[in-house]
Design a protein around this ligand. Structure first.
Ligand code: SF4
Length: 411
């Protein structure tokens, strides 16, 4: 049987696309093998210049480790390579689509015979599955290449999403994570889709990927509040807490608008957790503006912050902006944000102490079962006699630690 491996870089959409690729390859008779792949797929990310470098490094190291295998570049980095006519990053082939037809065509090029494998099912090994419902973005944030290579916004039909979700439940997934490049622009509307998905028996949780604060509407908040399945977890990219920088980034809101959405969520669902993405060292960002961002982060109090040091991405307006911030300053600023983040995250975890949470258990590590609560808070419990993997239990949070909550089982 022909073997393959996939290395995925980047966001949840990228993971979702990579899972699809793996599924198609499995359906077509190939077998996943991390240790001796004949086909190595690098599902690359282009979100920053640094992400592109990492993609190229991954390709180089795979070529070195498996010299006789074929290396395929896919994902955003493949789209960028095709669009810009740039090099293949040293790969043997670029795969710009994740459809079964595109995968078949690629196998043909390398003379790999596809077979129909009706028995093997690809499962990513988690209790949650990513389900892509939307692609493309028309916002054109000034630093972003993704919107420039992913094309116009398009949404999967509700019926198609419903069928795919049902299929994932049949495969044993308990949680569906809805993803998209610009999820809040899902059409006809996210609440409409969610109402339909909630009806699927067997789905324990529906989690939203990243949704912009302006698109986290009252309707969406109220729906999450009244739902037993939609997670009280909101990941809303902030990028900066300074209005001047937000404007330069072409982000369509001010810090106060973001705060307004957070307040609405917290007034409706006091247990909700809020996560965000942040870019530090955007061109022209002064130390005072960086301080403004730190103060804003503190004001909100996040349970999760993904920090990105701005890196030039050619083909974007921000790359041409004057006053690019020197690397050493970006490193210092991101260090300061990390320090604050660690404090805020621990404070957020402490807010759950003595409260009841619902956890889906995943792995057993060092004598503890580890899982995630509905709010996306990592939880661990001293392993009981019974196997918890894949089960859902109510727990009481005993103690907050920097990497999550220690809990006790209640059911
Ligand atoms: S919202 Fe902005 S950052 Fe996100 S994909 Fe669209 S343009 Fe890029």
């Amino acid at each position: 049987m022909y073997t393959f491996s996939i290395k995925t870089l980047g966001c949840k959409v990228s993971q979702c696309d990579a899972d699809n690729l793996a599924k198609h390859l499995t359906d077509l008779g190939l077998q996943m093998s991390e240790n001796s792949p004949e086909l190595c797929i690098v599902h690359g990310c282009s979100v920053t210049g640094r992400a592109s470098q990492k993609t190229a490094q991954t390709i180089r190291s795979l070529k070195k480790r498996f010299p006789s295998s074929t290396v395929i570049l896919s994902g955003c980095e493949a789209l960028l390579a095709e669009k810009s006519g740039k090099s293949l990053q040293n790969a043997d082939y670029i795969l710009t689509e994740t459809t079964k037809e595109a995968v078949k065509k690629m196998l043909d090029v390398f003379g790999i015979e596809a077979t129909q494998n009706n028995t093997a099912h690809y499962h990513n090994g988690h209790t949650r599955a990513f389900l892509k419902i939307q692609d493309g973005c028309s916002q054109f944030c000034s630093y972003c290449i993704v919107c420039r290579i992913r094309g116009k916004e398009r949404s999967k039909a509700i019926s198609e999403v419903y069928n795919e979700a049902q299929e994932l439940v049949k495969q044993g997934f308990k949680e569906i994570v809805l993803t998209g490049i610009h999820l809040g622009h899902y059409e006809p509307s996210l609440p409409e889709l969610l109402r339909k998905l909630e009806k699927i028996e067997g789905i324990a949780r529906i989690r939203l990927g990243s949704v912009e604060s302006l698109e986290t509407t009252d309707e969406l908040i109220e729906l999450a509040q009244s739902s037993k399945k939609i997670c009280h977890h909101f990941h809303m990219p902030l990028q900066s807490g300074c209005d001047r920088i937000l404007k330069a980034m072409n982000r369509p809101y001010k810090a106060v608008d973001y705060l307004d959405t957070v307040n609405k969520i917290r007034n409706t669902m006091p247990n909700a957790s809020i996560g965000t993405d942040l870019i530090t060292g955007f061109p022209g960002e002064t130390d005072e503006e960086h301080q403004e961002t730190l103060a804003f982060l503190e004001k909100i109090g996040f349970a999760r912050i993904h920090i990105f040091r701005y890196s030039k991405r050619s083909g974007t307006p921000a790359a041409e902006m004057p006053d690019q911030v020197p690397e050493d300053i970006k490193i210092r600023r991101s260090g300061e944000i990390e320090k604050l983040r660690d404090k805020l995250v621990l404070e957020a975890y402490k807010g759950y102490e003595n409260k009841q949470l619902r956890v889906i258990w995943e792995t057993l590590e060092d004598g503890y079962y580890c899982g995630l609560s509905d709010e996306y808070i990592p939880c661990k419990v001293l392993a009981p006699q019974k196997n918890l993997s894949g089960s859902i239990t109510l727990v009481k949070a005993l103690q907050a630690e920097p990497d999550g909550l220690i809990v006790e089982l209640q059911s």
